[in-house]
Design a protein around this ligand. Structure first.
Ligand SMILES: *Cc1c(COP(=O)(O)O)cnc(C)c1O
Length: 402
């Protein structure tokens, strides 16, 4: 179904000066699944080939020292820092999954408050976050308290004195509902609890202002809106003020103060380097480095504005084409009250996802929801309008049992 009305066109003030669409290898596909895995930049292969040809091949093992490989976890961490509101020296890419990184951070956060029994987690947290939190509390003999998102702030107000740490997300991975990092972090600090934010669905699309809000720890995925590619490594943020006291459980040799002295006992490195674990996966971190360049160049405020505008174009089109489908929005109506995706309740969500993929539109499905994400660099308003038309057709087909 084609959108002919001018209304959605006018509604979307999609910044035309951000015009990087052609620099991505989209392969003629409309990628509305940047919350999961976006396309590569067209220059990725050349960039990796260059690393092999100009760094690895001529320098061999010395490339660790001569070509910046050893610093790469910090170099890329500082790039991410500009997107999440962290001054240099507080973000690191150790080369682990989000799950491993979260384990490392949750144990460290609980070790800061040995006198307190509770780790407080949102019920709606991403499954791996709940699983890791449960394991960590078992390991350390603490108590896992899981509460609905809307009750977290209240628990902190009433029973905060028991809480050692809180794990929360600024964007609900299903509904995209936002949580105010500033308010919850302030409540944690009033209660004396450490804050751990999972930024997986915010990094690269939403300003999070970690320094300004006084956040203690954060983690996030490298392969979602940051675009680092399949299984790209995660990042970790540790506020400057905690870096000399934080005690991570994963005490690998790259986190040692003097890794190349091969000392028998672990002495943690100064600063963010103590969040390192073992030898980092240089090729994967280099791919993430390359993906971050245009995001850093555009800047988080403009990225966010464009994601919001694209989302509004999409919902505007849906409202035109199928008001009944538009009414099944499972995300907040306020574009500033949600992250960069919208969720819609549809019957046969998985089948809708599959049929849209056949039509060259990638979205994703979770149980009875579809999620449609508006990554700002490789999504255009034309693509969004086209996708809205295809979605309306496909939902109609699936619901009519065709
Ligand atoms: C995607 C996601 C993860 C993924 O963890 P991995 O270990 O990288 O697979 C974790 N937490 C949240 C909130 C996520 O959205």
């Amino acid at each position: 179904m084609a959108v002919t009305s001018e209304i959605p066109r006018r509604m979307g003030r999609v910044d035309p000066t951000i015009n990087l669409f052609d620099t991505f290898a989209t392969h003629g596909v409309i990628h509305l699944n940047g919350n999961s895995l976006g396309p590569a930049r067209a220059s990725l292969v050349a960039s990796l080939r260059q690393l092999v040809a100009e760094d690895w091949t001529p320098h061999q093992v010395n490339a660790w020292f001569e070509r910046g490989w050893l610093e790469l976890p910090r170099t890329v961490g500082d790039q991410i820092g500009t997107l999440v509101g962290a001054a240099p020296g507080q973000v690191l890419v150790p080369g682990e999954t989000t799950s491993t990184t979260l384990f490392n951070v949750l144990v460290a956060a609980l070790r800061l408050r040995v006198d307190r029994p509770v780790l407080l987690v949102e019920a709606e947290a991403f499954p791996t976050d709940r699983y890791i939190a449960a394991s960590v509390t078992r390991l350390l003999g603490r108590r896992l308290v899981i509460r609905p998102r809307r009750d977290i702030d209240d628990v902190l107000r009433r029973g905060g004195a028991e809480v050692a740490a809180v794990l929360a997300a600024p964007v609900d991975f299903r509904t995209a509902e936002r949580r105010d990092i500033r308010a919850t972090t302030a409540l944690c600090h009033d209660a004396g609890a450490a804050t751990v934010w999972d930024l997986s669905h915010a990094a690269g699309v939403l300003p999070t202002e970690l320094d300004a809000h006084g956040v203690d720890f954060a983690v996030g995925c490298g392969y979602k809106y940051l675009g680092g590619g399949p299984g790209a490594p995660a990042f970790v943020y540790v506020a400057h003020r905690l870096q000399d006291v934080v005690d991570f459980p994963l005490t690998g040799w790259h986190g040692h103060a003097t890794p190349f002295e091969m000392a028998p006992d672990f002495v943690a490195a100064a600063g963010i380097d103590r969040a390192r674990t073992g030898t980092p996966p240089v090729l994967s971190i280099a791919a993430l480095h390359h993906a971050l360049e245009p995001l850093v160049a555009v800047g988080i405020e403009a990225l966010h504005r464009r994601a919001v505008a694209l989302g509004e174009v999409f919902l505007g089109c849906l409202g035109e084409l199928s008001p009944s489908l538009r009414q099944r929005l499972a995300s907040p109506e306020d574009p500033y009250g949600r992250g960069a995706h919208v969720a819609l309740r549809v019957d046969g969500a998985q089948e809708v996802e599959r049929r849209l993929a056949d039509r060259g539109v990638l979205i994703d499905s979770r149980a009875d929801l579809i999620r449609v994400a508006f990554a700002p660099l490789y999504v255009k308003s034309e693509g969004v309008r086209h996708a809205a038309g295809e979605l309306v057709d496909v939902v109609r087909e699936v619901e009519e049992g065709r």
